[in-house]
Design a protein around this ligand. Structure first.
Ligand SMILES: [Zn+2]
Ligand SMILES: [Zn+2]
Length: 316
């Protein structure tokens, strides 16, 4: 991304008001002394003019900010070696302070604390009602299982992909233009004019610009095509009680290779424990490992939700 740029719009006179007479809107650079009463300029009284009162300084040569005479306190040009008011040498005189336009102060707010408090109260409530657990003695009364054996067949299917990602073996390609992504493109710039006190009775107006960008769509070819794939064709199901799982047998394929051939696909098992707490029978679907860990008739400590009484199957 391009960096911000600055452009000078010219130098203008700062203004000052005389504190010894009624003279106002005196020029910071031109009037080093009050034209009305002759008092030296008090550089701490400088201010930025309104747009209507702006006086341009043509061909301004900037030599640095004014320095304050350590002896009499008047502001002197950076070029001066001795004070024009009292004649004292300006060797180690300090730079005058610059006028800045104050930024509007942000309002402090307690809103954040209220939100934080609300979140904490809500969290405690959720914990109390939904998360809090207690242990309950239960007996494992039964093991149940449901087994699904998928059968896949090699057959022609329809697919879609970006043209450069279409796999080999694809047939009947048909493509159309479609937006694939976006990219950032330049879209002009945002500018604002700032005033900068130069410290020598003038200020500079500067146009500060930062580049702006926008997102633009990038099109590509989106294609549909036909291709041969191993595809889920059938599900063989079985279920039963006890710890021995009988997976459905995969029948031999009629066709050995190419379209029409069949093979065993994914195996999906659901393993259920039945638990009795003396009053109710509860069931939990668990992993095969957890399911095999317990024996029928075994006494266990199971966790239940304190509020609802529902069993926490994930902690078995
Ligand atoms: Zn005056
Ligand atoms: Zn002086």
């Amino acid at each position: 991304m391009d960096k911000a740029r600055e452009e000078s719009l010219g130098h203008y006179e700062m203004l000052w008001d005389c504190s010894h007479c009624e003279a106002k809107k005196l020029l910071g650079k031109t009037h080093r002394h009050c034209p009305n009463c002759g008092a030296p300029q008090d550089e701490t009284k400088r201010y930025f003019p309104s747009d209507a009162d702006k006086v341009k300084v043509e061909d301004h040569v900037y030599t640095g900010g004014d320095r304050r005479c350590g002896s009499c306190g008047t502001a002197q040009s950076a070029k001066a070696k001795n004070c024009g008011q009292c004649g004292a040498p300006l060797g180690d005189a300090k730079d005058v302070a610059r006028v800045t336009i104050p930024k509007p102060a942000k309002k402090k707010s307690n809103l954040l604390w209220y939100i934080l408090f609300g979140v904490v109260v809500f969290g405690v409530l959720v914990w109390f009602l939904c998360i809090r657990k207690q242990e309950v003695a239960m007996t494992v009364t039964a093991h149940r299982w449901a087994a699904v054996q998928e059968i896949e067949e090699y057959r022609e299917v329809g697919e879609e992909a970006w043209k450069n990602e279409v796999p080999t073996g694809a047939r009947q390609l048909s493509c159309a233009r479609k937006q694939r992504s976006t990219k950032e493109v330049p879209d002009g710039e945002d500018c604002k004019v700032v005033k900068r006190d130069k410290g020598d009775g003038t200020f500079e107006e500067v146009n500060q610009c930062t580049p702006r960008t926008k997102r633009e769509g990038v099109d590509d070819d989106w294609c549909s095509y036909r291709i041969d794939r191993w595809t889920k064709a059938e599900e063989l199901k079985a279920n039963g009680q006890g710890v021995e799982v009988a997976w459905p047998a995969v029948p031999p394929s009629q066709v050995q290779t190419g379209v029409g051939a069949r093979r065993a696909g994914k195996k999906v098992g659901v393993f259920t424990l039945e638990l009795n707490d003396g009053k109710n029978v509860r069931t939990c679907d668990v992993s095969e490992g957890t399911w095999k860990k317990y024996k029928d008739g075994q006494e266990i400590k199971a966790k239940v939700r304190a509020q609802s009484g529902s069993i926490v199957c994930s902690e078995l």
